[in-house]
Design a protein around this ligand. Sequence first.
Ligand code: HEC
Length: 441
Amino acid sequence: MLPRLFIICLAIASVGFAADTASTKDGKVTFNRDVLPILQKNCQVCHRPGEIGPMSLLNYESTRPWAKAIRAAVISRRMPPWFADRKVGHFANDRRLSDADVSTLAAWADSGALEGDAKDKPAPLEWKEGWNIQPDLTFEMPVPYNIPASGIIEYTYFVVPTSLKQDTWVTMGEIRPGARSHVHHVIAYVRPPGSTWMKDARLGIPYVPPKRQTLASKPDSQQLVKDVNEFLVGYVPGMQPQRYDIDHSAKLIPAGSDIVFEVHYTANGKPAQDQTRVGLTLAKAPPEKRFITLVGRALDFAIPPGDPNYEAKSFVKFLEPVQFVEQQPHMHLRGKDMSVRMTYPTGESQMILNVPNYDFNWQLVYYHDKPLQVPKSTLMEITAHWDNSQNNKWNPDPTATVHWGDQSWDEMLVNHFGVIVDRATDVQKIVENIKPPLPRN
Ligand code: HEC
């Protein structure tokens, strides 16, 4: 009830403001002059033919029927997709609209969605269909994956050998999905030699892990934060290539590693084939510093049936000073919110990310506008809530007790985070996952 009321209030406030905006110009908000520049800058990356957005916002004809829907989507801040609380932190990839842009789009819808004068129209943007980086090295799923027209598609994994004979340092990474309108997210991981992760997957063949015993029965979280498989590069629609050469740093692919693609496909009524690729640019020489993606997670939770707000936490202690660059909260269908707090050795404490309305469909990475300088002995506290009640429309089974697991009907409490450390640092000794301080009441 409350959220809806809040949205209505916002809507009224914004209309008042919008009327002002409109009347200060020549009384009319037009598509060509006022709306198209906003769509170009903020929406077309996803809303154009072949992309994930359900309609094209490239021109007046295709946008006009959506005027009211656009108004609603931007006022409620459902679009563009962005989930971090605006009061916490500053992010380089923040794609929220300004209040003025929201008002302009709302005023346009309210005043008849006019086209305006053709001479006001900005030149169309040129969208690059190929790589945005110039990759030195590319890897591709060897066989196309057939995406069905309908139904739920579980996360699918593809193991691709790199055949790299020597350690390789990556400065930038980009993922090019094949079927862009069906690929909701991809994570490419590095699986170094000796890792037993996904050991039952055959090279290049689509693989969905079987539902297995949950890990909750052996909660050795100490062990799992040191899991050697590392996040290499990720993709969500609209995402830019990722840089790892931020401060004379690069990311390591050990000789003989495999790449594991984790792909989240969504069915959209039409079947398609996907052959996703990852492209990498390489450092000419080993860098001074290493960019490494680590993971904070809690494994030993049991979410009771029907619980609308079950809480669990993960604590990660920094054993070395790091530059903290980005983070990516991850839960499944019952995920409700996640926040991340740092407590520094001085005792000072700061929330660095708050995602109050987590959405499983959008696995966003939040890049801090400047890397955070995190001293040794800092404690990172990750707090998550899940909604296992029947009011959660995504909940696959409100009667289940839910544990950690790979499948979307299981749950996770994960925060991937990218840090820069001196290259000589023993990567097993950058962080440790620690048990929550006791007692907890
Ligand atoms: C990162 C990709 C992305 C960006 C950027 C984006 N959208 Fe979307 N949009 C989507 C996707 C995917 C959907 C459909 C699924 C959903 O609603 O989440 C959608 C849905 C919508 C809808 C709802 C359609 C309906 O069924 O009612 C509207 C309206 C919309 N977007 C408008 C916008 C506007 C306006 C902008 C820019 C200010 C924008 N979007 C930016 C991806 C994006």
